[in-house]
Design a protein around this ligand. Structure first.
Ligand code: NAP
Length: 280
């Protein structure tokens, strides 16, 4: 069983929410953690808190959608620690709104962050992992990668794409000793909803006839808060995947996530469509 202590793990999107909780958990377990996101102040504060001497933590601020920033992240990790044992592809955000009125640029941006940049960073760490003949890629997907909802179909389709990518990559990397897994969080209380609001604010003003349904969409999120999980519910699964000899292809948490995935599996598509229909 691989030990967590000493593993060098890159965590993207570590300035808040699931990524931050993951960095904390891994650092406390003795991993050497490289944290990345756009907000340097948050990253530096986290790094100072977790390891004031800075021997076992490295903060590399950058935008995951920027090629030079991604290269800097991979290179700085190798320069400081000399190896890469884990990559937690967590940075991401949601675009919400109707397909009809969401500008294609906004759709591209969401795919750029959640899918293309994730692939590009993965490409940068794979030569190292293959040479080591070991490593673990942990992709943070979503229940939305299995169940698409009206007014969320852009974000949900980025997470659907991640499902296919993860499954294909798992088979490609198995001969090289690199493990690949996907975690499907349900609703976790983080800054995700605020970030989605900020990313969608402008084009939601033009949602026209769909506008009344947006209120129902927001109410849906508020209702889910009662069963929402905490970021550490996901961090625990990341840790589990990193120390497992043979990680499961997919994990889900908290309980409501597993329940929704079960319903997706057993319910006829027509009934699921009825349950997720637009409401005002
Ligand atoms: N919360 C949920 O209910 C939920 C459910 C299912 C899946 N997820 C997934 O979990 C992951 C983490 O989300 P979260 O809930 O923890 O939300 P969050 O608190 O908003 O965290 C998102 C993180 O991603 C980073 N990020 C976003 N865009 C970036 C960019 N262009 N470059 C670099 N970093 C970027 C943010 O940092 P900066 O702003 O500092 O760059 C932040 O650290 C996402 O992939 C999300 O889709 C969340």
């Amino acid at each position: 069983m691989p030990q967590l202590a000493g593993q060098v793990v890159i965590v993207t999107g570590a300035s808040s929410g699931i990524g931050e909780a993951t960095a904390r958990r891994l650092a406390r377990g003795g991993a050497r953690v490289v944290v990345s996101a756009r907000r340097p102040d948050r990253l530096d504060a986290l790094a100072r808190e977790l390891d004031p001497a800075g021997a076992n933590i490295l903060a590399v601020a950058g935008d995951i959608t920027d090629d030079a920033d991604r290269r800097r992240l991979a290179e700085a990790t190798l320069a400081k620690f000399g190896r890469i044992d884990g990559l937690v592809n967590n940075a991401g955000y949601g675009t919400r709104g109707p397909v009809e009125t969401t500008p294609v640029d906004a759709i591209r941006r969401n795919f750029e962050t959640n899918v293309f940049s994730l692939v590009a960073l993965t490409q940068l760490v794979l030569p190292t992992m293959r040479a080591q003949r070991s490593g673990t890629i942990v992709n943070i997907g979503s229940v939305a990668g299995r169940i698409a909802r009206p007014l969320s179909s852009i974000y949900d389709s980025t997470k659907h794409a991640l499902e296919a990518l993860t499954d294909g990559l798992r088979g490609e990397l198995k001969p090289f000793g690199v493990r690949v897994t996907l975690i499907r969080p349900g609703y976790i209380v983080t800054e995700f909803v605020q970030a989605a609001d900020a990313a969608s604010e402008r084009h939601l003003e033009n949602a026209g006839p769909y506008q009344p349904f947006m209120t129902g969409f927001r109410l849906g999120y508020q209702k889910l808060r009662r069963v929402a999980g905490a970021p550490d519910d996901i961090a625990v699964l990341v840790e589990h995947a990193l120390v497992s000899n043979d990680p499961a292809p997919r994990y889900a948490a908290p309980f409501h996530a597993k329940a929704f995935l079960f319903l997706k599996w057993v319910l006829p598509a027509r009934l699921l469509a009825h349950l997720t229909r637009l409401r005002t």
